[in-house]
Design a protein around this ligand. Structure first.
Ligand SMILES: Nc1nc2c(c(=O)[nH]1)N[C@H]1C(S)=C(S)[C@@H](COP(=O)(O)OP(=O)(O)OC[C@H]3O[C@@H](n4cnc5c(=O)[nH]c(N)nc54)[C@H](O)[C@@H]3O)O[C@H]1N2
Ligand SMILES: Nc1nc2c(c(=O)[nH]1)N[C@H]1C(S)=C(S)[C@@H](COP(=O)(O)OP(=O)(O)OC[C@H]3O[C@@H](n4cnc5c(=O)[nH]c(N)nc54)[C@H](O)[C@@H]3O)O[C@H]1N2
Ligand code: SF4
Ligand SMILES: [Mo]
Length: 755
């Protein structure tokens, strides 16, 4: 038995773990008290991680699909040789845009993405499709306008706030904030702190709240506008803050004053007095913050919701201080900035062939992928490499995705398990699991103290599985885009003692890449093959320049966090700390007053007036609620105690809710003669599923929910629990960001007679 440090990979929090490993099994799983953020915290799901690490669907060898749909084992050389040849032929015949990279990192594996994305350069493509673009790109776009760059991303300091508003977020189940259950309990137990939950369901979080506004689904924009209007009408906004830090308030104020407050409260079906109470309470708070998630992002008015939610904390001055919303630094650049108003002259953003969509934050949305494969004629996407994602279950409209993926000339899936998507692939490549390789926590979105966790392997890769850095580096070498040997760089890396901070190596690398510009996009793999040889963990090599850049940009905060060195050595010292400390390293400690320097607007002010959003507010005032034949609103994809995206395949990991029940209000159930445990049909415009019923008085009438993360076929079984995206449509999305309205799917429910 060994005891090793790592992190939970089931949600973006990546809580630090200490695990007893016995024969490759994750036996005893404890929170790691030394982890800089979670400090020993865990939720119920982490204890089940051995079901991720060891199960019968794990991939152990590269596989090639046969014409009859079965798979045969092939060697790595055979697989990579054929993939390289086919990718190159597709690029040379049809151009780079025939290729898309899909996925590239899940809840805890963000190191492989840096290597995988190099394929885009090799293929001369810019198409990255990502699950983040089915939730957060509307939000990123608004950040671009307000804060100057789409990767200026605000976090929420719930831990220190005295007035917290959760809108469409259920942190008790989904986390997303520091040590959620402890922090929620602390707020609940403190009479001086207030928690408000805005959610159509009385969630586990709402049960801890002081105030629950149980609004009608899809009406957040109306509710938020009513609150903002009350704030400006009653002059509760923070004029001193706005004068000091913002521009454009007067235009926004005029728009807010025109809002019919009482009408909008009625539209949201929330008593006006409650709307007023929260608006006044939040505006009066000393330390207020707002936390949103999919309940505002995957429902009607996605992008407008993001704008209004941010206005709420901005006009009340709840920004840039402890307990408020704050911008944060990012060690790994997971989000890009593809703001159409700032793209450099002569280098316009790459629009997709069929929908003519621009990227947001560097990503394209899953909703348009089937059309871009099927309907773009000669310009269609013909080859896909899919990594760390299972689009057949998680992208909108499983049937449409499947139809499209089946027509691809080449589909390669890189995963640790045989997934629904892998079953359609020409080649399936086995990745080492997140406990079998060096990995990194990329979602470290914290301020004023931020950290980075480079996790060391704690088990051996299964069979011939390989870490993604090795897979992609070999593929690039086989495609001939980088040579296999770099003798000078290897010599520099080996000869140079760590003391010099690899400065000689970095200089040699810089010279090499400036002389051979065509190698520049492959810095990650080149460093992996060269500097990597001198490190205990080769895949960490590209963290060196990242650490150097971070230390240069935030030198004061990096030093404040305890790292030492001159302007030449600070970055290398930070890098060394990161690769040595197995529990994670505090990389920077800011002061709140320094947050303003993270803004990317030229005047370092928040630009409150976003013309497109003001127009959206005007359009909203004319919106008529749709009357539909389907009487229910289905929230397709709820977070519960026993779902964790598609990270587990073995259904035995679940202690309860094994069938992923449809939750329905008791009155709706009795109107349909449904009792707990009955079978029902849930039918939408796009498909229908047979589901088990669970009566839940926490719901509003007319609203039903199904969980996210079910519908997996384990060992080729029938899907276990509802594959919810059989019910969703790619066209049912926000026209601007193409974010799906998964939380607002019209549905009909009927009883199925027992056979
Ligand atoms: N247990 C568990 N935790 C997870 C995950 C998981 O699969 N399981 N997945 C992780 C991932 S990838 C993500 S993105 C996060 C998502 O985390 P959350 O967004 O917190 O989770 P959801 O349950 O999808 O949706 C949040 C809430 O939105 C509410 N809602 C629905 N419609 C509306 C609406 O119109 N208005 C408002 N205001 N609220 C609405 C729902 O009732 C629900 O309570 O969770 C992460 N954590
Ligand atoms: N209807 C509906 N659909 C939804 C949602 C919803 O609420 N409703 N939520 C959406 C959201 S917010 C998200 S984030 C997506 C999530 O959906 P996806 O983007 O598909 O991500 P995961 O479900 O996390 O997929 C994880 C895959 O990565 C594999 N994997 C795990 N570790 C590794 C590794 O180390 N290397 C490699 N190569 N693979 C690995 C797992 O085996 C699994 O197949 O689903 C979205 N889909
Ligand atoms: S699921 Fe999320 S909150 Fe729970 S232990 Fe894992 S990382 Fe932490
Ligand atoms: Mo997500």
């Amino acid at each position: 038995m060994t005891t090793a440090k790592t992190a939970c990979i089931l949600c973006s929090r990546n809580c630090g773990l200490e695990i007893d490993v016995v024969d490759g099994h994750l036996k005893k799983i404890r929170g790691d008290a030394a982890h800089p953020s979670s400090k020993g915290y865990l939720c119920n799901k982490a204890a089940r991680l051995d079901y991720y690490q060891n199960h019968a669907d794990r991939l152990t060898h590269p596989l090639k699909r046969q014409p009859d749909g079965s798979f045969v084992r092939v060697s790595w050389d055979q697989a990579l040789g054929d993939i390289a040849q086919r990718l190159t032929a597709i690029r040379d015949t049809h151009g780079g845009d025939a290729f898309a990279f899909v996925g590239g990192g899940g809840q805890g594996n963000h190191l492989g993405g840096a290597y995988g994305r190099q394929l885009l350069s090799a293929m001369k493509s810019r198409f990255v499709y990502s699950s983040l673009a089915q939730e957060k790109t509307g939000d990123f776009w608004v950040n671009g306008r307000l804060f100057g760059a789409q990767n200026c991303h605000p976090m929420e300091d719930v831990e220190h706030a005295d007035y917290v508003v959760f809108i469409g977020a259920n942190p008790y189940q989904s986390h997303g904030i520091v040590n959620a259950r402890d922090v929620l309990r602390d707020i609940k137990n403190d009479p001086n702190r207030t928690m408000v939950v805005i959610d159509p369901r009385r969630t586990e979080t709402a049960n801890q709240a002081d105030i629950h506004l149980q609004l009608r689904p899809g009406t957040d924009a109306f509710l938020l506008l009513a609150m903002l209007s009350i704030i400006v009408r009653e002059s509760l906004h923070d004029q001193a803050f706005i004068d000091a830090h913002c521009t454009g308030f007067e235009q926004v104020k005029a728009e807010l004053l025109a809002v019919p407050v009482a009408d909008y409260a009625t539209r949201a079906d929330v008593p006006l007095a409650d709307v007023e109470g929260v608006a006044r309470g939040f505006a009066a708070a000393k330390r207020g913050c707002v936390r949103v998630d999919l309940g505002t992002q995957q429902t009607l008015h996605t992008t407008l919701n993001a704008y209004l939610e941010k206005l709420l904390y901005l006009v009340t001055g709840n920004f840039g201080q402890s307990g408020s919303n704050n911008l944060h630094t990012a060690f790994l650049p997971l989000i890009g900035n593809t703001d159409e108003t700032r793209s450099k002259p002569g280098r316009s953003l790459k629009l997709t062939a069929f929908h003519k969509m621009m990227p947001i934050g560097g990503m394209y949305p899953p909703n348009i992928l089937p059309d871009e494969i099927l309907k773009a004629g000669e310009k269609r996407i013909r080859a896909v490499v899919c990594d760390s994602s299972n689009p057949m279950l998680t992208y909108p409209d499983s049937s449409a995705q499947e139809e499209a993926f089946r027509t691809l000339d080449l589909l390669v899936v890189v995963d640790i398990a045989m997934t629904e998507t892998a079953r359609l692939a020409h080649y399936v490549l086995p990745a080492a699991s997140q406990f079998e390789k060096l990995e990194a926590t990329g979602f470290t979105l914290e301020f004023p103290e931020n950290y980075f966790h480079l996790r060391h392997p704690i088990a051996q890769p299964m069979g011939e599985a390989m870490p993604e850095p090795e897979i992609y580096t070999r593929l690039l070498e086989t495609m001939g885009v980088i040579p296999k040997k770099f003798p000078l760089l290897i010599a520099m890396a080996r000869n140079e003692p760590g003391i010099t901070g690899h400065l000689g190596y970095m200089t040699a690398l810089g010279l090499t890449l400036s002389r051979k510009k065509r190698w520049a996009p492959y810095g990650a793999s080149i460093m992996y093959r060269t500097l990597g040889q001198a490190l205990r963990h080769a895949a960490a090599a590209p963290m060196l320049p990242i650490a150097m850049t971070y230390a240069k940009e935030y030198a004061v905060a990096v030093r404040r966090a305890g790292h030492k060195g001159t302007s030449l050595t600070l970055g290398a010292n930070l890098f060394r700390a990161i690769i040595q400390v197995e529990s994670g390293t505090v990389i920077s400690l800011h002061q709140h007053s320094e947050m303003w320097s993270l803004l990317k607007t030229p005047d370092q002010r928040v630009h409150l007036h976003v013309p497109e959003m003001v127009e959206a507010i005007q359009v909203l005032s004319k919106e008529v609620p749709a009357a539909d034949a389907f009487p229910f609103v289905l929230m397709a994809g709820e977070r519960r105690s026993y779902n964790a995206n598609q990270i587990f395949r073995d259904p035995a990991w679940r202690k309860v809710d094994k069938q992923g029940a449809l939750r329905i209000h008791p009155d709706d159930a009795s109107a349909l003669s449904l009792a707990n445990g009955d079978m029902a049909q849930c039918k939408t415009e796009r498909g229908s599923l047979e589901v088990v019923v669970e009566i839940d008085d926490a719901l509003r009438r007319g609203v039903v929910t199904l969980p996210h993360g079910y519908g997996v076929s384990f060992q080729n079984s029938k899907p276990i629990g509802p594959p919810v995206n059989r019910l969703t449509a790619t066209s049912h999305c926000e026209p601007f960001s193409r974010t799906p309205f998964h939380k607002y799917v019209l549905a009909a429910i009927s009883k199925l007679n027992a056979i």
